[in-house]
Design a binder for this molecule. Sequence first.
Ligand SMILES: [Zn+2]
Length: 250
Amino acid sequence: MEDILRRCRASGVTSVLIPADNEETSRISIDAVKKYDGVEGVTLYASCGVHPHEAKTYTDDTEKFLRTCLESRKDKKIMALGEIGLDYYYDLSERTVQRAVFERQLELAKEYDLPIILHERDATGDCLDILRRFHKEGRLRDLPGVCHCCSCSLEASLELVKMGFYIGFDGPLTFKNNKKTPEVALNTPWDRIVIETDSPYLTPEPNRGIINEPCHVAYVCRRLAEIKGVTIDEAAQITYDNGKKLYGVN
Ligand SMILES: [Zn+2]
């Protein structure tokens, strides 16, 4: 962990949010923040939540656990609920279960006033249906969260932006055969863009094939700057400021 943080610092990354995908990784995220926050000058933040892959494991006890975490979110530096959402690409949990667990956690996000880290893959239709309904009923925050590692169409991402979401770009933005994501980035308003790594997955070019870690976000930043026609420093500053606003960090 110290090595990872050292490499963060060396590449100019000063803050990292560690996402979770089930009860165990929520604990790991919270413990890592407790133990390593500030090491090598890197500020760490936690999240907790149950990923659609793990939706089938979600029980009343899981929700009790999440509530316990969220009650002490300020002490634990929990800045988001996630990753939560729908994944019909892998279908590792039944779709009806995924939808129900997504909705239960959306309720928690509203109740505890936290942004969500939305994971959506090949499920844009159902995902938007749920979010539209929550939005209409006033059950989404004004800044509902981030569509992380965005893989949906430009039309869908612009609808998410209208609902107040940020759009997160990761390694795929740098992939040579990916035409869609750069198009989405180009047309997403600057004030709604954040950059991420999705570590340990989806390592950006030119490091594809090795394990991903937060320092590699610099490559995503470089590609975003190229697409938007600004300097790397400008892209870094804007996305940093956006990230702070999204997660409510001062
Ligand atoms: Zn994800």
